[in-house]
Design a protein around this ligand. Sequence first.
Ligand code: S3P
Length: 444
Amino acid sequence: MTPLISRRSKALSGSAAVPGDKSMSHRALMIGAVAIGESRVRGLLESEDVLRTAAALTALGVSVTKGADGAWRVLGRGVGGLAEPATVLDLGNSGTGARLLMGLLASHPFTSQFTGDASLNSRPMGRVIKPLEQIGAVFNAREGGRLPLALTGTAEPVPITYELPVASAQVKSAILLAGLNTPGRTTVIEPKPTRDHTERMLRHFGAEVKITDLDQGARSIVLTGQPEITARPVTVPGDISSAAFPLVAALIVPGSDVTLTGIGVNPLRTGLLETLGEMGASLTVANRREEAGEEVADLHVQAGPLRGVTVPAVRAPAMIDEYPVLAVAAAYARGETRMEGLSELRVKESDRLRAIAAGLAAAGVGIEEGEDYLVVNGTGGPVAGGARIETGLDHRIAMAFLVLGMAAAAPIVIDDAAPIETSFPDFAGLMNGLGACIEEEKQP
Ligand code: S3P
């Protein structure tokens, strides 16, 4: 374990480009793998999670390589063209990698074994197993629908109509990817809209995806199965979920002025920007453009006072990964920030509600943890800090608390830097380049 210490930082300044979007990187590789021909992917996130997906696809017979120009090349085998793997597919820490790949393989008639690290092996898979069984796949999972598991895909997949019981882009995407090699139309109904990168990327590769708005924000997504999808170039924008860390750091470290360039601002991902705006953040979204069917922009942020707000449950899907760092912003805001509808945080890379509450309490911040809500009481001044945080194999808990330490009276230590590799390799380097003071803790 490599502990990191984050000390009070001087004003952050400058411009930075964060690594590529994790959600889009997984999808570019998986959809490229079943398109015909060679897709070039620029800006791919080269993190532990995405490299696990690349390795799994290699085991399924797909050539995935990095070219001298830095772009990745995926030589697709066509819809239904994946081959039985000779090894166990180890998705490491990645829920997205595991769940989306189970979807893709549900309609391939062979058996695969899935495993992951201690975090992934404790996460619920029943939410994808249930609809994929309806399509015809057979699962043999550990108690409670956990990994490791064996999946035998079906030779005769049945197109289903499935209403999501939880707002989950991973479940939606697993069903749509299974629908690719299924005759007829596969339909997903989502009560609350979740990130639509799969729908956008399927269209980008030439599949027919029909989206209809239903009552009260619900949507239906209909994929026409067995399309001839062909290789396409993809440019992956910067990950807004990674940008969130330098963004909040710049808000809470006095005197900061930072620009983050080329960030994906898909409207189903920008709940944090809306919330920080309501908190009074000086934050502008400039230079909006479109790349590979996704909106991209530069974010400019300046430090300044923040005030507590109520974040409604309906916004949760649009910022589901940003609550750890929002809680850090709330710790520096004046007044109470109430975040509602957070039950999904309990089944992320760790129980994030628990981890946020425990970490903030240890750092001297007033906090109330409910079953599915959090209340953070900020004073508007620096937090005490001086805490040692257990990251529990959770990258976002690790990075959020390093950000907390950047404006705290006493430093914050996280027990292990390794989980950060999941989504944001060189996090410390990028933050230190802007002026942060994050380094390995010298062991006494
Ligand atoms: C993701 C969806 C979200 C998110 C995860 C990435 C995706 O998970 O938390 O980091 O790429 O589809 P859920 O679908 O479980 O909400």
